[in-house]
Design a protein around this ligand. Structure first.
Ligand SMILES: Cc1cc2nc3c(=O)[nH]c(=O)nc-3n(C[C@H](O)[C@H](O)[C@H](O)COP(=O)(O)OP(=O)(O)OC[C@H]3O[C@@H](n4cnc5c(N)ncnc54)[C@H](O)[C@@H]3O)c2cc1C
Length: 431
């Protein structure tokens, strides 16, 4: 007989878990500092990439399963745009090239990824895609296009799962009543203390607070918060008509951008390799430091470093030079939970009989909104497959996170926020 579960944090992992639990008949209460989509969620955004390429078979399988659900689950109707993804990989970056080769090999083993198209130099790209006809790619640059991928409307997808959870009877608490401040332990049982001073417990509690999790819960050295930079331009109506059907363009070194958002004509540009940390004293171990989020809604002057603005203009100038005149706006830093091995952490918390954690998204968790809940519930029920459980287990020996050593995210520098020279923006100047 399914029991009661308290889900703490209603981003991707928390909402997906609440939905899966409620569908199985559990009594679910879910809490968050904000109603979804929370301004603290890494997924509160116009769009995110949905792709299948992974070097690790567990994520290859999960992403193939997720893409099927993005296409067919009625909850996500109208939210997935299979526009494809054009990938450009710097020839000198052996690690990223290997990531992509292995990613396609894994897809092929699963009977997927056979529609990939390969291009040599800028002319072949401009012949295939009118959108990029003025691109400045060099002749030696290689690229590939996977039509079996695309984007999902991220904030709206969170709203859709939130609506589904409410239909299924999940109870929600937000604001001070939902803001998790600390864990208290009585006879081995965990109680979640919220900002209004209340204590909450349940047969099982699963903490899904993303990059902030290590603030309230001692995760030891397992995860650190990484800030990633995002900015936007707004297209004119005629530019929107020209570019609305373009694929996602992903240059592993320079950054990536999406087709314009259909509701707002806003085109989002992100820089995967230029992130930041925010080191503070570890609340659970005063001798150590930990990187924790500093959220944009509470610190609106955390926009984008000045040098990233230049790089962002260069991405547009290289691939769609006719859009590079636009002013960038709504630049911000958004926080992901990075682990040393880029694996999620989905396990029980040592020392408690009823406390679990699902975090460590490592910047690639959004695409699993349709199916991650099933795996987290599997962990709670004690029947998660060993191939997932062995990778997602609580790792007492984890030794922190080094962004520059990661091959799949081409990272060159990760300054601390205190050393960032921020661009000053007129708030929402171009909206
Ligand atoms: C710039 C950027 C680009 C990305 N691009 C992609 C992509 O293209 N494809 C992809 O698959 N993934 C992408 N991601 C990653 C994806 O967004 C994350 O993996 C995903 O959001 C993680 O889900 P989560 O539930 O662990 O955390 P989140 O979605 O961040 O949710 C955490 C939740 O916890 C809540 N919370 C935090 N603190 C508290 C507290 N004290 N009390 C109560 N609630 C709290 C927050 O309000 C939030 O709702 C990207 C992330 C970023 C930042």
């Amino acid at each position: 007989m399914p029991g009661s579960v308290l889900v703490v944090g209603c981003g991707v992992f928390g909402l997906a878990t609440s939905r899966s639990l409620a569908e199985k008949g559990y009594s679910v209460t879910a809490i968050d500092a904000y109603e979804p989509p929370s301004p603290w969620s890494a997924a509160n955004d116009y769009n995110k990439i949905i792709r299948g390429e992974y070097t690790d078979m567990i994520y290859s399988k999960m992403s193939v399963e997720a893409i099927d659900l993005w296409r067919n689950d009625p909850v996500f109707k109208g939210l997935y745009n299979e526009c494809g993804r054009l990938m450009i990989t710097p020839a000198h970056h052996v690690g990223r090239k290997e990531f992509e080769r292995k990613g396609i090999e894994n897809l092929n083993k699963l009977g997927e990824g056979f529609r990939m198209e390969y291009f040599q130099g800028g002319n072949e790209v401009s012949e295939r895609f009118d959108f990029f006809k003025y691109n400045l790619m060099a002749n030696e640059e290689e690229s590939k296009f996977n039509p079996d991928s695309g984007l999902a409307h991220a904030g709206n997808s969170l709203r859709a799962v939130y609506r589904k959870c409410k239909q299924l009877g999940v109870k929600f608490l937000f604001g001070k009543k939902g803001e998790f401040v600390s864990v208290e332990k009585k006879k081995g049982i965990a109680y979640i203390k919220t900002a209004d001073g209340s204590l909450h417990t349940s047969e099982q509690i699963v903490v899904c607070c993303g990059a902030a999790t290590g603030k309230m819960l001692d995760l030891q050295e397992q995860q650190g918060a990484t800030g990633l930079f995002v900015t936007h331009i707004k297209l004119t109506p005629s530019e929107y008509e020209t570019y609305k059907n373009m694929p996602v363009l992903f240059d592993a070194e320079m950054g990536y951008f999406f087709p314009p958002d259909p509701e707002t004509r806003i085109l989002k540009i992100a820089q995967p390799g230029a992130g930041a940390s925010h080191f503070v004293k570890n609340p659970h171990n005063s001798g150590k430091k930990i990187s924790l989020p500093r959220y944009h809604n509470l610190h609106p002057t955390d926009t984008m470093p000045k040098h990233c603005i230049k790089q962002t203009k260069q991405i547009l100038a290289k691939y769609i030079p006719e859009l590079a005149y636009h002013e960038l706006f709504d630049s911000k830093v958004c926080w992901v939970a990075d682990t040393a091995d880029s694996h999620f952490i989905v396990d029980g918390v040592p020392g408690y009989s009823n406390l679990y954690v699902a975090t460590g998204d490592s910047g690639h968790g959004f695409k699993f909104l349709p199916n991650i809940g099933k795996y987290i519930v599997g962990m709670l029920e004690g029947n998660l497959d060993e191939e997932y459980g062995s990778q997602w287990k609580w790792k007492t020996s984890a030794k922190g996170f080094d962004p520059v050593s990661m091959d799949w995210r081409v990272a060159s520098e990760f300054p601390d926020l205190k050393n960032v020279d921020w661009v000053q923006e007129q708030p929402k100047a171009k909206l």
